[in-house]
Ligand binder design. Structure first.
Ligand code: GLY
Ligand code: MN
Length: 462
């Protein structure tokens, strides 16, 4: 937990930003896997963690903007629970640690909310993403689950985003810790990626590295020889000579801050000539994007520059053709690079995705609906304090290639005959995490191997 004052100041800032009414913050509940007592790993809601730091299930909180009061609500555990879980501090004791002296039961929260509604006071809430919290909003505020997203408070979303988007030094320290563990996860995978090893064995070892620090993983591990499937969570393959192995994995610290890295390594230890061409092209795009990072630059421009490098390189390899700028405008690059360039990162690996990318990554501007660009989670002008990922990739997705080819889609810019030769190539990417500083940018965590020479030499250590 951070110092008490951190949480007090964050809440005060939010109350001031909203001005009047009540702010309702819902923590997460336990989530049963197959029966109530056999749950998934408990993950607290990140906004609740940000303002209250308490990593316990089934708490809710109210900030009273008019009275300047903060409340935490929950039902204390009883001796029946202590028999199974050991003694637990009371909610009042926990709340004092984060500077909250007013606590109550859930029943008392419901009475407070009813009273506020009778008096016509506004109750601000965020868009819920868990069914349990949708049910709470239905019972407590009579908001239908299917309307909860649109009825959420835009002022509150903006108030939260305007704080959480700017990372403080203590948050940066946490993210650096997460990135350092993430680098260890990646170098281990590079050393393990040998013919005969399974994806599952590497995923397990990577997971173990994160768990051994006392933390967690920040999202489900992608450990695959089929890197062309962007979020591939299947771990059933055996690695073989000639494969590229892609790891996309990150650690989460005990306070909930994320790291997020991607690496690609040749399973036999040496990139072949075609793999070298595509890998270096992707790395050039990656480095070109990093070079541009600084306050004031719209991230959409950085995305287009990274895509421009890819289009030029694919033209040199005979895979694309025609005018580069026209190819970009028409989204032709998206057949090879259908995802975005990066996203904000913090307490969530895709920071505040629950609050809406338009608010977090676009400063309220609408997102494009064009294939490729619609997957760009961040487009806004960069500012000091932002933490983001850079992760261009080059992918040969057979189903997408077949579809575009059959429709002659972007045929002015894509040499489909040549692409056929690469259909079994797979996909690759590198990913690193950066802080935008007043001067430019800072790589978060220790550097991970990413040049061909460094990746091959890390592999050789295994
Ligand atoms: N690293 C997973 C993602 O960014 O979607
Ligand atoms: Mn990422």
């Amino acid at each position: 937990m951070f110092a008490q004052n951190t949480y007090i100041q964050r809440r005060e800032k939010l109350r001031k930003a909203i001005g009047s009414g009540l702010i309702l913050l819902l923590g997460n509940d336990e989530s049963p896997m197959n029966y109530a007592d056999n749950g998934f790993h408990f993950r607290q809601d990140s906004t609740f963690l940000y303002f209250f730091g308490l990593n316990h299930p089934s708490y809710s909180a109210l900030l009273d903007c008019d009275k300047g009061e903060d409340w935490i609500f929950g039902n204390d555990l009883t001796i029946d629970d202590f028999v199974w879980m050991g003694p637990q501090p009371s909610i009042a004791e926990q709340s004092l640690q984060v500077g909250v002296s007013k606590t109550g039961t859930i029943a008392s929260l419901i009475i407070l909310l009813e009273d506020a509604q009778k008096k016509g006071r506004k109750v601000h809430f965020l868009p819920p993403y868990r069914p349990e919290n949708k049910i709470k909003l239905f019972h407590w505020l009579h908001v239908l689950p299917e309307e909860a997203k649109v009825k959420a408070s835009a002022e509150m979303i903006l108030g939260v985003v305007n704080q959480r988007n700017y990372k403080s030094n203590e948050e940066i320290d946490e993210i650096v810790n997460a990135c350092n563990v993430s680098v260890d996860m990646h170098t281990l995978a590079m050393r393990m990626a040998k013919p005969g090893v399974t994806e599952a064995q590497i995923a397990a070892a990577v997971y173990q590295t994160a768990l051994a620090t006392g933390g967690q993983i920040s999202f489900p591990i992608i450990a695959t020889i089929n890197g062309q499937t962007l979020h591939n969570h299947y771990h059933g393959n055996v690695l073989k000579d000639g494969d590229l192995f892609l790891l996309d994995a990150g650690a989460e610290t005990t306070l909930g801050y994320a790291g997020d890295l991607s690496s690609t390594v040749p399973v036999n230890g040496k990139f072949n000539s075609r793999q070298k061409d595509i890998y270096n092209l992707c790395l050039n795009s990656h480095n070109a994007a990093i070079e541009m990072l600084k306050p004031g630059i719209p991230f959409k421009e950085v995305y287009f520059e990274s895509a421009r490098v890819i289009v030029r390189g694919l033209k040199d390899l005979g895979l694309m053709k025609g005018n580069v700028e026209d190819a970009l405008v028409n989204g032709a690059h998206a057949m090879f690079f259908p995802c975005g360039l990066g996203h904000m990162m913090g307490l969530d690996v895709h920071d505040m995705e629950d609050l809406g990318e338009v608010y977090v990554g676009y400063d309220g501007e609408p997102k494009s609906t064009q294939f490729g660009l619609k997957s760009l989670r961040l487009g806004r002008k960069l500012e000091p304090g932002f933490v983001l990922t850079i992760e261009p990739g080059i992918y040969f997705i057979p189903e997408l290639i077949d579809q575009w080819k059959s429709k002659n889609y972007n045929a002015d810019y894509i040499n489909f005959e040549k692409v056929e030769e690469y259909k079994k190539f797979g996909g690759l990417r590198n990913e690193e995490d950066f802080l935008i500083t007043n001067e430019g940018k800072l790589l978060l965590g220790k550097p991970k191997p990413k040049s061909i020479a460094d990746v091959e030499s890390e592999w050789a250590k295994g």
